[in-house]
Write a protein of this length. Structure first.
Length: 250
């Protein structure tokens, strides 16, 4: 019986380790839902004069905290020979965020996730960091900056910026939590993501989510994990069966 209990206990521990190593990513925004931030060609969310417009989109599925705040900023608009503008929005069918600027339009966009100002209280420290997926960037976009600012519940804040020097895609940008010095990733109040491309840029952004695990555990493929879990469960069941499973013949 003691042997059986040991086998069962070992099985449960091993299953826990497998589950821990295969922890799913946490979605920050998969751009699958939008109302006030819905993309309408050349109109929503648009900035037609130098300045910025901020739109809040509450009750959104696929968004951490359920609230997406999108700010569109026009930094320079020449309006020669035609009016210039900066426009951005979410395309739920394609699950992406679109950014467009006219030939003499220079701007940027900002995404803020803070649960409508009350704070996320998000516990993301188990992950290794945040992934930003760029679907495509046209030839006018680079070099463009992608910056993430994390603020924790104690108001500690840090920003990490990556510069993309070339057009095209797809491209995955990885922001490690350890690089946000002084910020507690297990007590996050807000996540801000800024995209700052060049003049006349078109940029399409895919999902934003956590990646990896900060736990030093083996990462197995889906098939290997299923086989291992199945084998461990079988060992556990045999140990509980009448007569039990014996490690040594008698």
């Amino acid at each position: 019986m003691e042997t059986n209990r040991g086998i069962v206990a070992g099985t449960l521990v091993a299953l826990a380790l497998v589950a821990r190593s295969a922890a799913a990513e946490v979605t920050i925004d998969n751009f699958s839902s939008a109302v006030s931030t819905y993309y309408v060609t050349n109109t929503n969310v648009a900035q037609t004069v130098v300045g910025s417009t901020t739109v809040t989109d509450p009750g959104r599925a696929g968004v951490i905290g359920g609230v997406r705040q999108l700010t569109v900023e026009a930094q320079s608009l020449l309006n020669i020979p035609v009016p210039d503008y900066i426009v951005s929005g979410v395309e739920p069918i394609g699950t992406f965020l679109e950014y467009n600027s006219t030939v003499n339009g220079d701007g940027r966009i900002e995404l803020l996730y803070d649960r409508g100002g009350v704070g996320l209280n998000a516990h993301l420290g188990r992950a290794f960091g945040i992934l930003v997926a760029i679907i495509n960037a046209d030839a006018s976009a680079p070099p463009y900056d992608v910056a993430i600012t994390l603020t924790d519940n104690s108001a500690n804040s840090a920003t990490v910026t990556q510069t993309v020097p070339v057009p095209g895609g797809p491209l995955s940008l990885y922001f490690r939590f350890q690089d946000f010095v002084g910020v507690d990733a297990n007590r996050l109040y807000s996540i801000q993501v800024v995209f700052d491309p060049n003049t006349a840029a078109d940029l399409r952004i895919g999902r934003i989510e956590t990646y990896g695990t900060a736990v030093a555990a083996p990462v197995l493929s889906g098939g290997a994990s299923l086989l291992l879990i199945g084998g461990l469960l079988l060992v556990g069941l045999l140990a509980l069966a009448p007569g039990g499973a014996r490690l040594h013949p008698r």
